[in-house]
Design a protein around this ligand. Sequence first.
Ligand SMILES: [Zn+2]
Ligand SMILES: [Zn+2]
Length: 475
Amino acid sequence: MLTTTTPPVDLSWTAAAPPVYRSRGGEPLPDGAGASEVASEDGRGDSDVSQPVASVGSAKPIDPSDETAQSVDATSERNEPASSVDLSRSAISSASASADGDAAARGRTDDAVPATAPAARGAADEMLREQPHRRLNPLTGEWVLVSPHRAKRPWQGRVEPLAPVHRPAHDPTCYLCPGNERAGGERNPEYTGTFVFDNDFAALRPGSPDGAAADVDVDGLLVARAETGICRVICFSPRHDLSLPDMEPAAIRGVVDVWAEEYARLGSRPDIGHVQVFENKGEAMGCSNPHPHGQIWAQASVPLIAARETARMEAHHARHRRTLLSDYLRLELAAGERIVLANDGFVALVPFWAVWPFETLVVSRRPVPSLAELGDAGRDALADVVKRLTVRYDHLFGISFPYSAGLHQAPTDGRPHPEWHLHMHFLPPLLRSATVRKFMVGYEMLGEPQRDATPESAAERLRALPDVRAAGGAA
Ligand SMILES: [Zn+2]
Ligand SMILES: [Zn+2]
């Protein structure tokens, strides 16, 4: 039995839990109330005020974005960025620091930050809603440039409604439908639920154990390593015409079970260090076959993004003995404005640092490292959130909504991962309509990601949509 109520949403993020604002040097600004949120927007201040703060103007600020160009092994205290999620303890210590005048003694050097708490809150609030600013992704250490003022530009392109697509329940030419022949010559069984098989055109192949003998390293500049792995395909349903939001919760639960089983089975192999479960949905994402399906790439190495997240989660856990995402989730639940929907087991939200216009993050309420740790109730809860979130997505522009989505779970590299916290990313490309998508070009290819409309406004739009199908089926 699931509780499917969306938590009450407080659109005024300063109302219930006043943030503690900091100058660029990291000093907390005076703030009266018991604060539980910090706006460490520039990320340069150490959000734990018990740590020494580099004097502003003399020491080079530590910029966590540097880390993205470095090794992921960034666990040293010095290199740990002052993430905006390191909040609850720092908020308490900031309050006490303010009370004893410590902050005033250090002085404030940033003219941009007003001296009084209400004004500071107002300035930060105005910045986050109206002014260009950068936000830190504490999971990766990367920044995103947010330009809210540009969201008000008049849109001069045309918005074309798409004709509804009607697909047959079974397509004799589809290589994923039950009973059909695949490109490799094998024939699919007459499956009735999910169906998993090794990808006929796998990007990775199981290899010989002495693959390392072929590694390349010329002066640290020409570097290559052999990589081995296994690529699997999961058909979510025998029905060619469905997608996850069209499926019954029990059927989606069947997909969650396959994700969990494959993670456990592949991850237990000694030659597999990471299991990536993902779905590419829609032609906009380059998916050539509309049959509902996802993929699993299991490989020897921990790939780039998972390795970055692991390093950041490890650093946070080493310092606080809590997972990064449990601390972040607590802040989001208190603020409310980026929450899209939730149930007893999972929360779907637009992350503070979202890059894609309607990007969401689905976070387990319990800090479990993987699906393997979830019981029946937890798996039902994930299926429920996936269903309701993807239904909302379909309602957004009135189409079967394209996205790349994937689970992030602990590496299966044989090490314990108490820092890991199960979550799922949804990364949809659409911006304004069924046909107007966001492109990561120009500045984004050369500088860093950028967005116009704020994550808060995206969450507000997604929240306003129904999470049940209209009578009669598809959106
Ligand atoms: Zn099919
Ligand atoms: Zn992740």
